[in-house]
Design a protein around this ligand. Sequence first.
Ligand code: SF4
Length: 360
Amino acid sequence: MIRKVEEVQLKKLERISPSQYCTAKKCPYKLVLANSYGFKQLMPFSPNAYLGSVLHKIIELISKGTIINEELFDYHWKKEIDKTEAMLKDSGLSTITPLKYFAEGFALKKIKVRNLIKNRVNAHVNRTVSNRKYLTEVILSNTGKTISGVVDLIIEESRMVTIIDFKTGVVFDKCLNEDGVYIVKEDYQYQLKLYCYLYYLKYNLLPSNLYIVTLENSYVNIPFSLIECKAIYDEVICFLDTTNVSIDIQDYAGLAHCSIDNCKYCPYRPACQYYTVWLDYHFEEMKDLKGKLLKVNIFGNNSMGIELKVADKIVLVNGFNQEFYRQMEDKKGQMLYLFNLKKNKHSCNATANNYTIIYA
Ligand code: SF4
């Protein structure tokens, strides 16, 4: 139950993928930690993220023509869900299985992705009567492979090229542009424009269209120009260079940008020394706590609570299972770092839940 952060040597970035860039530019240290930990998760994702991976895989199989009817859909759906749930159980996350009870909108998303079969079958039929090529999971890289990513689908028809990325979550920002139209999230725009420029570098041919395809089978157009795509590409090259210079001179503090938005879902919070210091002043706004363990309390319903000294306050955290009593007792007097708690509205007290992780 109580984990210890493995110490690793921080490594320079050899490459970055188009899907990583926007998050990395907000806090470069997040990517440095992810890369140094070999992208190993230090915190569980939400069940929605695991369902998202299953949906993405199923969309890929539909677009490849592997799933062409309901029987095949049912077979692959079960296979992917079983595989994901087995992985969750193996990594100690059985409490968020089965996913159908814990992931939001499980049934609706399953129906939506099943509905995609019809559209893809029609497209598949068209493939035989035209010279269109449907290429799935295409790796695009620059010459040095410093920027490299996998495109979900490229459609080539003569010199007309369309790049498509599938998204299973919300595609638009909450704000509107000056014409009153919702704009596509910056991360997704950057991702598609970088794919576009990588394609251009590789084939000396500028794609004609960039689209995001949603679970509702909407095609969201991303307008672009070659100049704009190149500017983003140059920006990423510069980001890699400056980040690696900071790693060389060990200026990690200059790479870590702590803020509520950057840190609240960062899976590397346990390994980020800047976050744990920042948390001292922001624990009331976050779902995490850092404090000295003072006392362990046993309750009648097989549950357990602890008392922590957080800044100058005594904070109670309940909802732990008693089977961890001995482990907790052994940590008395030490600093504990608790992540993903449910905080009480009117005090700093909190309750542990299925996603709570403790590091010492
Ligand atoms: S916890 Fe915050 S500051 Fe630290 S790496 Fe993650 S996002 Fe960056």
